[in-house]
Design a binder for this molecule. Structure first.
Ligand code: GDP
Length: 446
């Protein structure tokens, strides 16, 4: 889980501060020394850490802390604000060309960073915004990349253009531009070739494309798992090719946090998106404040809500109906299946829990809360029911329950226990109408 160790360490520092009624200069200095160690261990750039700690210290020892607020909370607030500033403060959108003009985006990065995947993920985002993107396959050195781009384009239901591996990347890019014009594509995403390491030839290829084609946005994909290396790569690409924004891939992995926290400060270039998995929907806009919240273990409920809204493919009426059924305790097994589907669309229960305040980043705790095997059993049980049984659980007599147990491949006792629990939660929902009041109501309320 991303940032696990950094979050743990920072939370420990803050726990010690919380216990204190008043903070002395000494307290703040000791705490910040630990924050500094934690950040360095998380592979944050040394100069960035030094500057960061200096800024926090200046504010924490200054007047801010003297105004009677809980001093521990005050330090957390300052760390949170400075961390947000470090990552760029504001969310940066990909700058699009005005009106009907075509926006040309060039993807670059080292091999394996996630360029091809991210290009397709981005194309999906543009499509959702009503654009007509074209993916252009210029990675001629990794033959599988062309096929991968085409397959992903199909999955995203967007256009792709390729000319095999025999032509020069610049010629493919030029032909791709012509194709886009004929085909009415208003966003062109050029997937270029990476190399295992920074390499002159790669840089020249990219420069050549930029010199001969009007590229509006050069986006660099770096692998968050590589920490400081990602930052160095970003610096080098920016110096040689010029980068407008960075996409940090593989943030779903066990990254320590160094890349996310250092890139903007070292290169001056904003992080635009973060890759959160291999699926083509796993690309999230980057919000510095939310990311700081995640790192500090405050959870990221706002991103969770975004995720929920993006994945809610049930229409508003259906959502309302489901909420009203829940209030009346009429939530049945069809609704249960629908909820399971939604949850999976959102990346599963573990991913949802990791965004909750107080849990974020602690994989061991999440594992102990989520028994994926049990969830799979429950789903198999519901899927073994007939639609009539799902709508009317009262039909479930012993012989039907035995049939369901056989169908789901589980013991009858598991079926009995699950149905009993389900009935109990139905009763609970009836008794707690107040609790369900906000669900499915106005937007923004959860
Ligand atoms: P390229 O060489 O830069 O084009 O890299 P690819 O797009 O082929 O990606 C390399 C590998 O990283 C593939 O297996 C991708 O599925 C995987 N990948 C890309 N982005 C992410 C991400 O955000 N999370 C995870 N877990 N894997 C990713």
């Amino acid at each position: 889980m991303a940032f696990e160790s950094l979050t743990d360490k920072l939370q420990n520092v803050f726990k010690n501060l919380r216990g204190k009624g008043r903070l002395t200069e000494e307290d703040v200095k000791t705490a910040l020394k630990e924050v500094k160690m934690a950040l360095l261990e998380a592979d944050v750039n040394f100069r960035v850490v030094k500057q960061f700690v200096k800024s926090v210290e200046a504010r924490a020892i200054g007047a801010d802390v003297m105004n009677g607020l809980n001093p521990g909370q005050m330090v957390i607030k300052i760390v949170n604000e400075e961390m947000t500033a470090l990552m760029g403060s504001e969310t940066t959108e990909i700058a699009m060309q005005p009106g009907k003009s075509t926006t040309v985006i060039m993807m670059c990065g080292l091999q394996g960073a996630g360029k091809t995947t991210t290009a397709a993920k981005l194309a999906g985002k543009f499509k959702l915004k009503g654009k007509k993107p074209l993916l252009v396959a210029c990675d001629i050195y990794r033959p599988a990349a062309i096929e991968q781009l085409e397959i992903n384009a199909k999955k995203q239901n967007v256009d792709a253009f390729s000319m095999g591996t025999k032509n020069k990347p610049l010629d493919i890019a030029k032909a791709g531009m012509e194709h886009a014009q004929k085909n009415g594509n208003n966003v062109v995403i050029i997937d270029t070739a990476g190399r295992l390491h920074i390499d002159e030839e790669m840089m020249q290829e990219l420069q050549e494309i930029k010199e001969n084609i009007t590229v509006h946005q050069t986006l660099l994909v770096v692998d968050a798992m590589t920490g400081q290396d990602a930052v160095n790569v970003a610096k080098e690409f920016d110096e040689k090719v010029g980068v407008d924004g960075v996409i940090l891939s593989k943030m779903d992995g066990d990254t320590r946090g160094g890349a996310a926290l250092s890139i903007k400060a070292v290169t001056g270039k904003p992080i635009l998106y973060v890759g959160m998995g291999e699926k083509l929907s796993d690309l999230e806009q980057f919000y510095p404040d939310r990311m700081a919240g995640r790192i500090l273990g405050m959870g990221d409920v706002l991103s969770l809500i975004d995720k929920a809204q993006a994945n809610m493919n049930i229409d508003a009426d259906k959502e309302k109906e489901m909420a009203s059924r829940m209030k009346k305790g009429k939530f049945d097994f069809e609704d249960y299946l629908e909820s399971m589907k939604q949850m999976r669309n959102m990346g599963g229960l573990s991913s949802i829990l990791s965004m909750m305040p107080g849990i974020g980043g602690k994989s061991a705790e999440i594992e102990s809360m989520v028994d994926e095997k049990q969830l799979a059993h429950m789903e198999a049980i519901v899927l073994s029911m007939t639609p009539a049984e799902r709508r009317n659980p009262k039909l479930l007599n012993p012989s039907r329950k035995h049939r369901i147990a056989r169908g789901a491949g589980v013991d009858i006792s598991i079926v009995n226990r699950f149905i009993k629990q389900f009935e109990q939660s139905q009763k609970m929902m009836k008794q707690l109408p107040g609790m369900m009041g906000g669900f499915g109501g106005k937007k923004g309320k959860f």
